[in-house]
Ligand binder design. Structure first.
Ligand SMILES: [Zn+2]
Ligand SMILES: [Zn+2]
Length: 241
């Protein structure tokens, strides 16, 4: 049973990637989604509520947090580049789809292309599989594999009992846009990406809150009716990375 999870958003690195810290208020169990940058900022906040803290949060929670897992939507370095630092601190398993393992192995190379330095990449401890449900002490996530931005890109659907579900969409779906499909080593494919969004995301509840990897929150119903890429009005490379 999950009631009103606490969700804190940190926009990290110059690429303003959304790192989400999700806590079950009943027991303090916490997962970090897409720990791609500024690990000290995330750790300082979780451990002692010090430092600059989150950019915003949903459902206030002031109790202790116990980090029990690191979850990733995909392996672009802005989303996963600092997983090694978080793994070292928390010694908990890291979850990623196997089809992004090659991309992850190239993290340092791709970071350097954009002028960033990241540690030697981590290797996932657990592989996401489409359709599976993973429960983290009451935080129930369904894994929706949505390749197209990257081969192993997944959306993580957090089921909530007393309100709308939350979809951590990585760079699959943005408010008014979709992920780029032209990035190196990623296996991008725009036709596949659009098909995955239509087949696997449009079937979710209309009021599902979408937390994209960059930019503002949106909902499934808003994107279903207005997203110009998926509705065929706009073509091109998509946004962000
Ligand atoms: Zn990104
Ligand atoms: Zn990406």
């Amino acid at each position: 049973m999950v009631f009103s999870p606490n969700i804190e958003h940190f926009f990290v690195t110059a690429l303003q990637q959304r790192c989400s810290v999700v806590t079950n208020p009943l027991n303090g169990a916490t997962v970090i989604i897409d720990g791609g940058g500024e690990p000290e900022r995330i750790i300082d906040w979780i451990e002692s509520q010090s430092g600059s803290g989150p950019d915003f949060e949903i459902n206030a929670y002031n109790g202790e947090k116990r980090v029990i897992a690191l979850l990733n939507t995909h392996a672009h370095f802005d989303h996963s580049g600092h997983i090694p630092d978080l793994k070292e601190k928390y010694q908990v398993p890291w979850y990623l789809h196997a089809d992004d393992a090659f991309l992850q192995s190239k993290a340092q190379l791709s970071a350097r292309r954009w002028g960033f330095e990241v540690p030697e990449p981590a290797i996932a401890d657990v592989e996401w599989k489409h359709g599976e449900e993973h429960e983290f002490e009451g935080l129930k996530f369904e894994i929706i594999h949505t390749p197209g931005h990257t081969l192993g890109g997944c959306c993580l659907l957090l089921h909530v009992d007393d309100g709308p579900d939350h979809l951590f969409a990585g760079d699959t779906l943005f408010q008014g846009s979709v992920g780029r499909t032209d990035l190196p080593d990623s296996g991008g494919d725009m036709d596949l990406l659009i098909r995955m969004i239509k087949e696997r995301l449009w079937i979710l509840n209309d009021d599902t809150i979408v937390h994209p990897g960059h930019g503002p929150l949106t909902t499934i119903s808003h994107e279903k009716t207005t997203n110009p890429f998926v509705n065929g009005h706009q073509t091109g490379r998509g946004a962000w990375m």
